[in-house]
Design a protein around this ligand. Structure first.
Ligand code: PAF
Length: 509
């Protein structure tokens, strides 16, 4: 590992890095702990050449703060970096960095971001950080720079700085590393006695209580903040809360209600040691599971609902139709479960949402557009049989669950609420009488130009299909115990959609 202490030395070494190599940078103030180690390891994993800087920056300390006693342990830090495989360590002196005095050029981040949270109590701190980080970015010229989520306000300000001043660097935020007790790692934890360390766990405990309340559905910020205030209210808690705030994670502006994501940040004194911590709360959009027999209006309702909510419409029926189409295309016998299992192992099915409500989702199988082909009567006749096969089912469920990871989907099928997404926040079982369903199907087929099929035939087909779907061994059509049943016989599509939307407003998500 190269160790340089001068700006000239750093420039020389920077020049030598091959142009094709990506440079990762971890700026620190030393006293390295496992939080820093996680940043360095990530940089080593993602970039070719890793630079770590160690510089206790006087510009970011207030007159009554801990600059003089801030832990300095350069030899130990060098050893840690060396062992990790850091390529270059930059450890300049204060003089070398020209980082003292009143007569300096300073980088001033937006007031809106520095006048909140820690900025309110540490005037000049973020100007000091922004100035030194700007200087380090110029010298190191990294492609990627790594920061810890523990300093959430710092990260938000640096991201803004990079954007506003057009630095060609990508900022990556790494999760806060905690002790088993929950205490966030910090170089300043060295100031704490064993008893204080124990007491300091209250910070994360209070944040965890906020997280729990949020996951139970609380979205108003005041009740969430009250949880923190009451946690610190006990005179024996041993900590003094400096602030607890809930702000937008990017703009840092205070929030009164959480609709998307929020940063809950706390600063507290444990004796004379000031500690900070935070958590991010993210509203995940729910999964709406729509099950029910064929022809009850599931796909029309799902498509419209997804369109109005801005969710993804997960047309699971189309996925099974796509496999059925592929079975036919490859001339595989529908009885040959082994050949179908082999075929489905590597199948690639893509559902590409369309902004146009009238045209269905585009379906691609192994790159081929099969949107229209999968709606043929032959596919319709065979799909139940193929969908009931274990290997097909397992593969499709795996693909569907992949789609569901981010939430914000409307999924329709036969076993969505019971099997694919048993955790779905809203489960609807859409039914209709066989007569009503056959009429709708007939109309659909007529619109597609299929006229040589009559209503009676369709009713029989539907009854047979219902029987097959609800009696098959694998994933039979089932109503989840917690599903809400809607019979669509006398309802328009729009009425059903409105009903589901109003149900959605009553669930916590
Ligand atoms: O996070 C820190 O250790 C410091 O604020 C930084 C980014 C190294 C700037 O001095």
């Amino acid at each position: 590992m190269l160790i340089v202490t001068t700006i000239e030395g750093l420039k020389r070494e920077r020049e030598k890095i091959p142009k094709t190599a990506t440079v990762g940078f971890v700026p620190t103030m030393g006293a390295l702990h496992l939080g820093h180690v996680s940043l360095i390891q990530r940089a080593l994993a993602e970039t070719d050449f890793v630079v770590v800087s160690i510089f206790v920056n006087p510009l970011q300390f207030g007159p009554n703060e801990d600059l003089a006693r801030y832990p300095r342990q350069l030899d130990k830090d060098c050893e840690i970096c060396e062992k990790l495989g850091v390529h270059l360590l930059f450890a300049p002196s204060v003089e070398e960095m020209n980082a003292v005095g009143d007569d300096l050029t300073l980088v001033v981040p937006p007031k809106s971001m520095t006048s909140v949270l820690c900025g309110k109590y540490r005037p000049g701190h973020f100007e000091g950080v922004a100035t030194i980080v700007t200087k380090l970015f110029h010298l190191v010229q990294p492609h990627v720079a790594y920061f810890g989520q523990k300093d959430a306000q710092q990260v938000a300000i640096i991201k803004r700085l990079v954007r506003d001043l057009n630095f060609p660097v990508q900022i990556k935020t790494c999760p806060t590393v905690r002790e088993a007790s929950g205490l966030a790692l910090s170089s300043r934890n060295q100031y704490l006695t064993a008893t204080e360390k124990e007491k300091a766990t209250l910070i994360y405990r209070s944040l965890s209580r906020v997280q729990e309340a949020f996951h139970r559905g609380e979205r108003k910020c005041q009740p969430l903040l009250d949880i923190i205030h009451s946690s610190f209210a006990h005179p024996d808690c041993g900590l003094t809360l400096q602030y607890a705030e809930i702000v937008h994670p990017d703009t840092l502006q205070p929030l009164s209600h959480i609709t998307d994501s929020a940063l809950v940040a706390v600063a507290a004194f444990c004796g004379t040691t000031r500690l900070i911590d935070n958590v991010i709360l993210t509203v995940t959009k729910p999964i709406i599971a729509l099950d029910g027999p064929a022809g009850a209006g599931k796909s029309t309702v799902s498509r419209r609902l997804a369109h109005q909510l801005g969710y993804l419409y997960l047309d699971t029926g189309a996925m099974y139709r796509a496999v059925t189409w592929l079975v036919m295309e490859n001339n595989i016998s529908p009885e040959d479960e082994k050949a179908i299992a082999d075929m489905v192992k590597n199948v690639k099915i893509e559902l590409i949402p369309s902004d146009d409500l009238n045209s269905p989702v585009t379906v691609r199988v192994n790159q081929q557009d099969v949107t229209k082909a999968i709606r043929s009567p032959e596919v319709t006749r065979l799909v139940s049989k193929i969908a009931a096969q274990k290997a097909v089912r397992e593969k499709m469920v795996q693909l569907q669950q992949e789609y569901g990871k981010k939430g914000g989907i409307v999924a329709e099928g036969r076993d969505i609420g019971t099997h694919v997404f048993p955790q779905a926040q809203l489960k609807i079982f859409l039914t209709a009488s066989p007569q009503a369903r056959a009429k709708r199907r007939l109309l659909e087929l007529h619109n597609q130009g299929e006229t040589d099929i009559n209503l009676e035939q369709l009713i029989t087909e539907i009854q047979q299909r219902d029987y097959l779907d609800s009696t098959r061994e694998i994933a039979p059509l089932q109503k989840a115990a917690d599903a809400i049943e809607i019979n669509t016989d006398n309802l328009t599509v729009e009425e059903v959609v409105e009903k589901i939307k109003s149900l959605l407003n009553h669930i916590p998500h």
